[in-house]
Design a protein around this ligand. Structure first.
Ligand code: NAP
Length: 295
């Protein structure tokens, strides 16, 4: 078996066409959705990611601004920046680019974002609402993963989804999405992490395997069953002197080997990444619609 490639770029393009229709309605009312991204420090992978968001936003007409802050910024100063953005009506959405430097308390920082502007679903209030099955901003990466599955014909309903990784931005919210009694969800979900015993015995049970561990080739051919659907969230940078930026991205899955057994698999890059950016754009439009009272 050679796996079908789940093409995140073309599915993202399909959603962006739908977003343009939403944008046209807002433009008629003179509303331009606007996103503020806070970047602390100068991490090259983060800058590349934010440039990707800027391009995507530009394509559909969303205004995006990256606010660069020094790596040494004090927590109180960062919280003040967020407070200013919360009360700045020019911006409908606020996102924080991770990773943050060690001296900053992530929980405090994400909790400072107003839930009305929390377009990346990072605030504990947004995450709590997600778990309760209430209307909220869903974090963009897991929202994109759900869309990848549904739009490529791999409905999670009734399936055993195994998620490797329990981060607050991918693993936990994805579990929250897929266990809901809703269309596009209704899955049986298992979460794995570094204390999971005998990981391969669990990953081999997956009908759908989502991997977000941040380690190249963490999932090998022996760890999956024939016919599995694999979503590789990993974005690991490896040196590449032949690339103009001197690095390239690889995923968490041994792509060549696992493709021989999987029925479908996402590539890295070109799988989850474009969907993440697109869902962030969708949430920014939603935030602008909510502010305008049209939702
Ligand atoms: P993270 O905060 O780095 O946490 C990694 C998770 O994986 C932790 O829960 C950890 O377990 C678990 N883990 C690590 N090694 C493991 C192993 N050998 N076996 C089982 N579990 C293991 O995770 P993240 O922020 O979700 O990022 C994960 C990856 O996804 C990174 O490569 C990141 O760059 C990428 N990412 C991509 C996108 C995108 O849009 N494409 C978006 C977000 C993240 P413990 O909890 O026990 O430590």
């Amino acid at each position: 078996m050679v796996a079908k490639i789940i093409d995140g770029k073309s599915l993202a393009a399909e959603i962006r066409r739908e977003l343009r229709a939403e944008m046209a309605k807002l433009e008629k009312r003179g509303i331009i959705p606007a996103l503020a991204a806070l970047l602390v420090g100068e991490d090259s992978a983060s800058l590349a990611y934010l440039r990707g968001i800027g391009r995507g936003c530009g394509e559909v007409g969303i205004y995006m601004e990256t606010i660069k802050l020094p790596r040494e910024i004090k927590e109180a100063e960062l919280l003040l920046e967020i407070e200013k953005l919360n009360s700045n009506s020019s911006f409908h959405g606020i996102m924080i680019q991770f990773p943050l430097p060690q001296h900053l308390n992530v929980d405090k920082v994400v909790s400072a974002i107003s839930p009305q502007k929390d377009v990346d679903g990072a605030n504990p209030i947004s995450l709590g609402r997600l778990l309760m099955g209430e209307e909220t901003f869903i974090p963009s990466t897991p929202a994109g993963i759900q869309q990848l599955l549904v739009r490529s014909g791999y409905e999670p309903s009734g399936k055993h989804v195994v998620i490797c990784g329990r981060s607050n931005i991918v693993g936990k919210p994805l579990m929250g999405i897929l266990i809901q009694k809703q269309v596009g969800a209704n899955a049986t979900v298992t979460i794995c992490h570094t204390e999971t015993r005998d990981l391969p015995s669990i990953t081999r049970q997956a009908d759908i395997l989502v991997v977000a561990v941040g380690r190249p080739k963490a999932i090998t051919r022996e760890m999956v069953k024939e016919g599995v659907v694999v979503i590789d969230v990993g974005m690991n940078t490896v040196e590449d002197p032949s690339s103009p930026r001197k690095f390239r991205f690889i995923g968490d899955v041994d792509f060549d080997a696992v493709s021989q057994k999987a029925v479908a698999i996402t590539p890295v890059p070109g799988g989850v990444g474009p969907m993440t950016v697109t869902m962030l754009m969708a949430n920014t439009i939603k935030a602008a619609e909510m502010t305008a009272g049209s939702r």
